[in-house]
Design a binder for this molecule. Structure first.
Ligand code: ZN
Length: 505
């Protein structure tokens, strides 16, 4: 029997796979730039990437693609049709509508400005020079507003920007979620801050790079990151990249004075990678063959890094191997090490923050972004507003901008708005997914303590990974856990773990 619109579907897949291939080729060039490319290659590499991006963009806004999607739209008219083809048409249409709203001339202006901004930031940050970034950031803010203006007016100017990385979320929904989380989180942070602090000096020392790399690889191999379909290389700012289902790579960086950097960074990236490696084969090469959103992706890196990698069960299994690899731990009891890797501290720098205070860093940025977009906060007043919020929310204040408003690359390399909330959405959903996995398979914690990660990975693959981007984030969250995104499992997790670590009453 002939499948309805079989020819059109085939044509659609061919077109989408070509776009995907152009983007994958660009991703290989990007990966190479961040790992092995000699500095002399920078100029031509920038041009090569721009060429590929332009061709991919032209194809993704092609009228013929629009017509095909129109013809195929009956496939999506039944909301209950959850076949892969219907999902493909639904998501491809979403991408097409988004892409065609943004004029190509604007895209190249933005691209140009952002690459200048990024280059300026790489010098301005070490020089602690916000004055240099101020006019550039003002222009970024203008461009961000312009970008939002291409979309129909919604409740908030940031909505289209948030929707770009976390589809379906809005300023209102993220604010509501953050307000609720903040109410619960602040008293916990205060209770911890007034308890006896954990001593984490055992994590400092001399840990040879080669040994750290070997140990990290051993760990993520056992977690289930498949090296026959991946590899790990060194870089400055670690990331995960997918070229295809059969080639999902991770990168890491090593600090020989601090054991945690490479180890938890590697586990984090392997979490992103296992998500990609777990997507269904039939989705490969299509725009639905990838993680569902920034937030859902981050939930998986954080699930493996924090809920698994910073748990006592995990270290019950791995600690002897760690002591074997790094002799300084032979005299450190497991409980001391476990406490050290979970030390909570109100600090200045987001990327170094522990899992309890981390979200407060995110909320500061999210609120300041919205205020800037609303026109309530001028860029020149940003450093002061930043300091005031750190003082109020975390009780610390940076003497310089280097570790203040200049610390994150986001506002200097992409439009302002919608860039940070995914981290906290990730933290919240990580706990929700983990709780659901354990509810379904109560042996998971003891499996982890025995070094067997297959049951957890299997559950995640079956309920979340295999779906790729067939559904919107809220749909896939519900599908996996039976409930919409909510903070109860996350607060439960934090309270249980840290009450014990800090002897809270
Ligand atoms: Zn991540």
């Amino acid at each position: 029997m002939r499948v309805p619109m079989e020819n059109e579907l085939e044509q659609l897949k061919t077109r989408l796979t070509e776009i995907h291939d152009l983007q994958s080729a660009a991703a290989v060039l990007d990966w190479d730039q961040a790992t092995y490319m000699p500095s002399g290659g920078a100029e031509s590499r920038g041009r090569q990437l721009a060429t590929l991006a332009r061709i991919a963009h032209e194809r993704s806004v092609d009228d013929a693609l629009g017509k095909l999607l129109e013809t195929l739209s009956p496939l999506t008219s039944t909301p209950t049709n959850t076949s892969t083809d219907a999902s493909l048409v639904r998501m491809a249409r979403r991408d097409y509508e988004r892409a065609t709203k943004i004029p190509p001339a604007f895209t190249s202006r933005l691209y140009d400005h952002m690459s200048k901004s990024y280059n300026a930031w790489t010098e301005a940050r070490p020089a602690n020079d916000f004055a240099r970034m101020q006019p550039i950031l003002e222009k970024t803010l203008d461009l961000s507003r312009e970008m939002a203006s291409f979309f129909p007016a919604t409740g908030h100017i940031a909505d289209p920007l948030i929707d770009a990385s976390d589809p379906g979320m809005s300023a209102t929904s993220v604010r509501a979620l953050f307000t609720e989380l903040r109410r619960e989180l602040v008293p916990l942070v205060e209770a911890i801050a007034s308890s006896k602090q954990i001593d984490d000096t055992c994590l400092q020392g001399n840990f040879p790079e080669a040994v750290q790399l070997a140990f990290g690889e051993k760990v993520v191999r056992q977690l289930g990151y498949d090296f026959t379909r991946g590899r790990q290389d060194k870089t400055h700012h670690p990331f995960m990249t997918r070229f295809a289902l059969g080639d999902v790579r991770i990168t890491t960086r090593v600090n020989e004075k601090d054991l945690g950097d490479a180890l938890f960074g590697t586990i984090h990236e392997s979490g992103h990678a296992m998500y990609e490696q777990g997507t269904a084969k039939v989705l490969d090469g299509l725009p639905i063959g990838q993680g569902a959103s920034a937030g859902v992706h981050e939930s998986q890196s954080r699930l493996w890094e924090n809920l698994v990698g910073r748990s006592l069960a995990f270290w019950t299994h791995f600690y002897p191997a760690l002591q074997e690899a790094f002799p300084s731990f032979r005299t450190v009891p497991l409980k001391t090490f476990y406490a050290a890797i979970n030390k909570v501290e109100r600090s200045l720098v987001r990327v170094d923050a522990d899992e309890v205070t981390y979200n407060l860093h995110v909320m500061i940025r999210f609120d300041l972004e919205l205020e800037m977009l609303e026109g309530k906060l001028a860029v020149r007043d940003l450093p002061e507003a930043w300091r005031a919020r750190y003082k109020a929310d975390l009780g610390v204040s940076s003497p310089d901008d280097k570790n203040g408003v200049l610390q994150d690359v986001h506002w200097y390399s992409s439009p302002i708005g919608g860039t940070f909330q995914g981290y906290t959405i990730g933290n919240i959903f990580a706990a929700q997914a983990f709780a659901s996995a354990i509810k379904a398979q109560p042996s998971i914690p003891s499996d982890i303590a025995a070094g067997n990660f297959a049951p957890l990975r299997g559950w995640l693959t079956e309920h979340l990974y295999k779906h790729g981007r067939c559904y919107l984030p809220e749909e896939v969250m519900k599908l996996a856990t039976g409930a919409p995104l909510h903070i109860a499992p996350y607060m439960n997790y934090l309270r249980t773990k840290y009450s014990e670590l800090y002897n809270l009453g």
